[in-house]
Design a protein around this ligand. Structure first.
Ligand code: MN
Ligand code: MN
Length: 314
C-alpha cells in the first residue's frame, strides 16, 4: 500500500525484479518468454509477457475464493525474460533452456508467461532432468501433439508435447488434456496421443460431466508424482479471450478455468506456464487481464505446493 498499483515499473504481480544469478532464496520464479517463432498462423505472442506484466500489476495479494495469500507462503520474484533470438528458432530454444536451468538450479519453481506454446518444451527438458518424467495437466483447444508441419518442421507451437514425449520428458499415462476442440488437419495428433495413453478430455465431455468430475479424474491420473501445468489461453472461449493466435469457438469459460486451476491444489506441482496471449489480437487488454488472473491462480496452487514440500529432501 506504499504506492498505487498503477504506479512504478510493471513486474508480474508487483514482485521485486531479480536476475537469476542473484535469486538465491527465491522459491517461485515468474519468468517471461517473449518468443513466437513457433507460431504457425497469427503471430504476436512475443508481446505476451509485457502485456501480462502490465495487467498483473492490477492484482491484489489475497485469493478471495481459497483464502490463499501466495506472497505470505513463499518468496517469489520476477526474474525477467528468458533471452531469445528472434532470428533463430533453435537457438532461442537453447537460450530458453539455459535460462530455466539457471532459474531452477537455485531451487526455484518456475511460473512462465509465454510466448507461444513451444516454450513449454525447453522448460520441460529442464524440469524432467531434475524430477524425471513428468505428469501434466494441460488446458488447451489443441493437443499440440502434431508431428511436423509442411512435411519436415518438427518444432512449432503445435508440436511441443510430441517432442516432449519422444524425449522422455512426459509420462504419457499421467498426462491429461482438457478443452480440446476445433477443426483438425487430419486427426493424427489426437490418434497418436490416445495411442500413447494420454487422456484427452474434449470440451463436450467437460461440459457434459462438469469440471469437478473431470478434475477429480485428472488428479487421480497424475497421482502423487511431479506434475507440470500448462495453460494455453486458447483453451478459453474466444469471446472471453480473443487475443490469441489460434482461437477455437465453443471454449471454456473463465470461471470454470479458475475452478479447475484451484482443483490442482495438493498435487506435487513442479512448474507451470500460461501461453499464447497475443496482444495484437486482443480487445481492450481483456485477454491479458484474464491471463494475468489465471497466472495468479497458478501462483496460488504452486505456492501451496512449494510450502508443503519445504523441509522435504528433494
Ligand atoms: Mn497450445
Ligand atoms: Mn491452443
Amino acid at each position: 500500500m506504499d504506492r498505487p498499483r498503477f504506479a512504478g515499473i510493471a513486474t508480474f504481480m508487483r514482485l521485486p525484479h531479480r536476475v537469476p544469478e542473484a535469486a538465491d532464496g527465491v522459491e517461485v520464479a515468474l519468468v517471461g518468454v517473449p518468443f513466437d517463432l513457433g507460431t504457425t498462423n497469427r503471430p504476436g505472442a512475443r508481446f505476451g509477457p509485457r502485456a501480462l506484466r502490465e495487467a498483473a500489476s492490477m492484482l491484489r495479494r489475497l485469493n478471495q475464493a481459497t483464502g490463499v495469500d501466495p506472497f505470505a507462503l513463499v518468496r517469489a520474484a520476477d526474474l525477467g525474460d528468458a533471452p531469445v533470438n528472434p532470428a533463430d528458432l533453435m537457438d532461442s530454444l537453447a537460450r530458453i533452456e539455459r535460462f530455466f536451468e539457471l532459474v531452477t538450479a537455485r531451487g526455484a519453481v518456475p511460473l512462465a508467461a509465454g510466448g507461444d506454446h513451444l516454450i513449454s518444451l525447453p522448460i520441460l527438458r529442464v524440469l524432467a532432468r531434475r524430477h524425471g518424467p513428468l505428469g501434466m495437466v494441460h488446458f488447451d483447444a489443441h493437443t499440440d501433439f502434431y508431428d511436423r508441419y509442411f512435411g519436415h518442421s518438427r518444432y512449432t507451437h503445435g508440436t511441443p508435447f510430441r517432442r516432449a514425449l519422444e524425449e522422455g520428458l512426459l509420462a504419457p499415462r499421467r498426462v491429461v488434456q482438457i478443452g480440446i476442440r476445433g477443426t483438425l488437419y487430419d486427426g493424427e495428433d489426437v490418434a497418436f496421443a490416445r495411442a500413447a495413453g494420454v487422456r484427452i478430455v474434449a470440451i463436450e465431455e467437460l461440459v457434459d460431466r462438469g469440471h469437478a468430475a473431470v478434475m477429480a479424474e485428472a488428479r487421480e491420473l497424475v497421482g502423487t508424482g511431479p506434475v507440470y501445468v500448462s495453460f494455453d489461453i486458447d483453451a478459453l472461449d474466444p469471446s472471453q479471450a480473443p487475443g490469441t493466435g489460434t482461437p477455437e469457438i465453443g471454449g471454456i469459460d473463465v470461471h470454470t478455468a479458475q475452478r479447475m486451476i484451484r482443483a490442482l491444489d495438493g498435487l506435487r506441482l513442479v512448474g507451470a506456464d500460461l501461453v499464447e496471449v497475443s496482444p495484437p489480437y486482443d480487445v481492450g487488454g481483456l485477454t491479458a487481464w484474464t491471463g494475468a488472473n489465471l497466472m495468479f491462480e497458478l501462483l496460488c496452487v504452486l505456492a501451496r505446493a512449494v510450502a508443503a514440500r519445504r523441509g522435504e529432501s528433494s
